[in-house]
Design a protein around this ligand. Structure first.
Ligand SMILES: [Zn+2]
Length: 265
């Protein structure tokens, strides 16, 4: 079968194995069934902004044209650094968007992606956020009323635990298994003095675990530059996070949002 369209973040479903679907021009391609098969993904050379659709040579912020990165709230620095949310100062680029996305319940979690890490997400992004990250385990620790609050807690906890995923390590697989409830208790105890003046509810959730459709993990992780090598015709070895793992390299589908491709399976 042949499909064509603009790439967008793969949709995930939390099943026994994480299920991946790629929407290409309205066709829903169930990718799990092609793991172990040779597929071809070809970049046509055109990119469309995922917000305004304008054709661009280069995209920013995982899929936007430059003018859109300047005007949209979702491209503001406070999205990567939520502790810098400036809605209260009246300077949000799009206050309505802020109200719908940032002034909503958020969760501070502990996850195991390339190792233990802390992170934040909107309540409604549970458990999607963790599958996008390639986490094998995750546990919501606290709930707060806004993105700003979650960001303040996250930046407090950063002193005690990692907040980044090492994507190469994540894609190599073989992660240790942790007792996240225990790790979470230890973390909150360690940071107790710093957390004292902050407002949050401690959650009593269960740990989520995720298994990815991967046949073989790569020994060496190298990313494929689709601009230099626009045709990937290789065996698909697996899918983890937002990455397709091919025999000879990996590609992050989300960071190529808006790229026009042809997919043959
Ligand atoms: Zn645009």
């Amino acid at each position: 079968m042949k499909y064509s369209g603009n790439l967008s973040k793969m949709k995930t479903h939390h099943g026994e194995v994480v299920e991946y679907n790629l929407d290409l021009n309205g066709a829903n391609v169930a990718l799990n069934s092609f793991v172990g098969e040779k597929i071809s993904l070809t970049f046509t050379g055109d990119i469309n902004c995922c917000n305004c659709g304008k054709q661009v040579k280069k995209s920013y912020n995982q899929g936007y044209c430059f003018p859109c990165t300047i005007k949209l709230a979702e491209c503001d620095i406070c999205i990567v650094r939520p502790e810098l949310c400036h809605y209260d100062k009246g300077t949000c680029r799009e206050p309505k968007w802020g109200e719908d996305h940032c002034l909503k319940p958020h969760v501070v979690y502990i996850a195991n992606s390339s190792g233990l890490k802390v992170g934040i997400t909107r309540r409604t992004q549970v458990p999607t956020r963790w599958m996008d990250q390639g986490a094998t385990q995750a546990l919501p620790m606290m709930e707060v009323t806004s993105r700003l609050q979650s960001g303040i807690i996250e930046s407090t906890l950063k002193a005690y635990i990692n907040d980044k995923t090492d994507w190469r390590k994540m894609l190599k697989g073989g992660q240790n298994t942790y007792d996240l409830k225990l790790e979470s208790k230890n973390l909150i105890r360690q940071a107790a003095a710093d957390l004292e003046h902050l407002e949050f509810d401690i959650l009593e959730d269960e740990t989520y675990s995720f298994t990815y459709p991967v046949k073989t993990y790569p020994e060496k992780v190298s990313s494929i530059n689709i601009e230099k090598n626009p045709v990937i015709a290789q065996k698909l070895m697996g899918i983890k996070g937002q990455y397709l793992i091919f025999e000879k390299g990996v590609i992050n589908i989300r960071s190529h949002t808006g790229y026009q491709v042809e997919l043959e399976v």
